[in-house]
Design a binder for this molecule. Sequence first.
Ligand code: OVV
Length: 409
Amino acid sequence: MSTLFPALGGPAEAPPGVPALDADPFSAGFFADPYPVHGQLREAGPFVWLSQYGIGAVARYAEVRQVLMDWETFSSARGVGMADFVKHGRFRLPSIILEADPPQHTRSRAVLGRALSSVVMKGLREKFAAEADRIVDELVVKGTFDACTDLAEAFPLRVFPDAIGMKREGRDNLLPYGDMVFNSFGPPNTFFEASAPRAAAAFPWVETQALRENLAPEGFGEICYQAADRGEITHDEAGKLVRAMLTAGVDTTVNGIGAAVYAMARFPEQWRKLRDNRTLARAAFEEAVRFESPVQTFFRTTTRPTELGGCPLAEGEKILMFLGAANRDPRKWENPDTYDIQRATAGHVGFGAGIHMCVGQLLARLEGEVVLDAMARKISTIDLAGTPERRYNNTLRGLSRLPVTVTAA
Ligand code: OVV
């Protein structure tokens, strides 16, 4: 058995009794069609060994959820990627929310939770809905377009930086920047290396954009700085939380919206259902998040000796969670490979679970809902107009091209 990345992984050999798999879940072949390997991982056992990396993994719903819910044993503070901050260092300043445990995490989360609260979302709904209408109107006139760039990317890039309160210049840095950060959670493979040059200039730009002087007085960013004025966090931490929003909020929603549009193009009866009942728009987005799981994987690190799926674990071991496999585990879901907008999606782990569950989930849902609602009002039919192309990323699942033809309602 070989380890591709001995510097990152632990021992190549599986612990006694733990089934080992040779598949590489950070490879082009896997990204093109992860579902057969997801099935193998789930069927092999509750806890499996990835021989190529010398790392343990969980792919069944029950164990993924167990790890997510137990932050005291399965910590985020040593990084949620393959690299262990303690053993391998880090390539960027750690996030004070994603890569932190309580009590630091609790303070960060309280502030970001307020900046992205339902009350704040209520104030944005009208503006977001108007932008969705405008973009969809333009696309209906076009007829044939790339739903990836012209819709799934265009919409978040228009509304999200405005909602944060960002300047206009340089927003084209956001996608390459996010692409690199989400690649960095995997091994230092060719996908990571390819994203680095494109993102190099984006890193200093992001730090600058997160400064108070570069943020509008109404926006998520200023809400963070006002919390600092009140002493809830430091002003330096406020900047770090703005950076976290810029990192986590773009590529994720792009791939979430892309997942929903792609699903609608492949499941015409679901599209018809949505058109018949537009109150299903939010549920249709949620089911797209379960179905495609735009964030496919995250790691945790054990803080103490423990047991997972019957296997004893030492302190300081990385565990890979396959969120996408959990979201299609037949032990949990009926017809998991079917996109069904009337499914009870509660409990899906596409946004995670527990203390780290996506703090921007209400923003993501608002974006997804208003886009699907605008589409359902203005579009009659959606058909693929070419072969979709996948964007390969170590963490994110999504497309780089989604050619569609629509007809007006
Ligand atoms: C959820 C997420 C993804 C990427 C970056 C961050 C968070 C961050 O907090 O920086």
